[in-house]
Design a protein around this ligand. Sequence first.
Ligand SMILES: NC(=O)c1ccc[n+]([C@@H]2O[C@H](COP(=O)([O-])OP(=O)(O)OC[C@H]3O[C@@H](n4cnc5c(N)ncnc54)[C@H](O)[C@@H]3O)[C@@H](O)[C@H]2O)c1
Length: 403
Amino acid sequence: MSKKIKVAVVGVGNCFSALYQGLEFYKDHDEDAEGSTIPGVMFSRIGGYHPADIQIVAAFDVDRRKVGRPVGEAIFAHPNCARVFCEDVPDGPVVQMAPAMDGVSEYMANLPEKYGFRISNEDVSDIDSILKNSKAEILINYLPVGSQEATEFWVNRCLEHKISFLNCIPVLNINHPDWETKFINEGIPYIGSDMKSQFGASILSQMLQELAFSRGMQVDFHQQLNVGGNSDFANMVVQSRLKHKKVSKENVIRAQNDIRGIPVDEEALFAGPSTFIPYLKDNKVAYFNLHLRGFGDAPITVDVKLSVQDSENSSGVVIDALRYLKVAKEMGIVGCLRGPSAFTQKSPPKQLTYEQSYFECEMLAERKLTEITERQIDKQSAIDFAWEEYNSGGMDYLRLVGM
Ligand SMILES: NC(=O)c1ccc[n+]([C@@H]2O[C@H](COP(=O)([O-])OP(=O)(O)OC[C@H]3O[C@@H](n4cnc5c(N)ncnc54)[C@H](O)[C@@H]3O)[C@@H](O)[C@H]2O)c1
């Protein structure tokens, strides 16, 4: 077992800022004598790995205020606005220039400096050499929503260099068996797609829906409106980039109906980013409204407001997902990790209940195989498994995004 988990990152934005600060913040924290968890972290150890074992070895971006600077400085550059909770971070690797492709919309390029992206005029770095020399084992995709072409570029780099992939963004076709087969053939695991934060709007929607069904309720309507002031919210003002994001957010709620065979009426749910409010910075606020019917058809309404720091909340799952990927690779598990994807992402290849996904994660953390992961040790069996799930309708959301 190699001690460190070597990680490369594309997109040195707010989520990465929180993760990088967190790695420093938690480096000296450990379980107490009774083995209780580190406060703020879901699992202290996963397969023996502690958050401090994660090491950032390469970073890529396109913004001129970040490229050419050590990540320890770049994470504090505009338009990043994540809370600074650990100022004294190591320099780390220098941010390298990535191909811009479809990462930066015209809208983001034209927003004021403080909120928008500014593409550097540096030449694209020699990405293959950098990845090879860095010995990166996992790449995190933190590109802006709508980066379809750029995501596929980075997936191909991972396949070429046999690097595991953590797809934190809603580019949903990466879950399709055609893509999964490519990962399987290279003998690497991945997790995707679109982060479901530690205690964010998606997991709260999921739990409200699960709770309603488990108490015999009928859910007539479930609304989740989100506002925020970071560049992720600014980027999502551009409707044409949003298709996958909205499907992915609604998918979290819809999945709990699908798992139980309960139909979803056309107007029964709405989940999505509503607008960009610069004053909020990295504070994301979500408003939930549920219309339920219970005993005797009695109406029940639920109104909830959730206010979080968006980026730290996302790091709470990334810090685990990286360790699941490392352990899975060591165990020879290939393809998309079903349990960790359902636990840490909005749109996994197969949606599970909270309990099922937690069980899969616990087993992996203890390096034990389950009925699912047993099928992902042998390459042909993993490919057959991916198609069986796909054909049984587990990825209907791909049809919603026209794939
Ligand atoms: N809780 C959360 O924050 C959360 C939850 C789920 C999903 N996500 C997703 O994670 C992703 C990252 O979120 P964020 O808040 O860090 O976004 P961000 O806007 O702060 O960062 C994006 C970074 O990507 C860079 N970039 C743009 N085009 C690029 C390219 N072609 N190559 C390399 N870098 C490029 C930008 O310069 C910026 O540094 C987003 O897609 C977001 O929707 C975030």
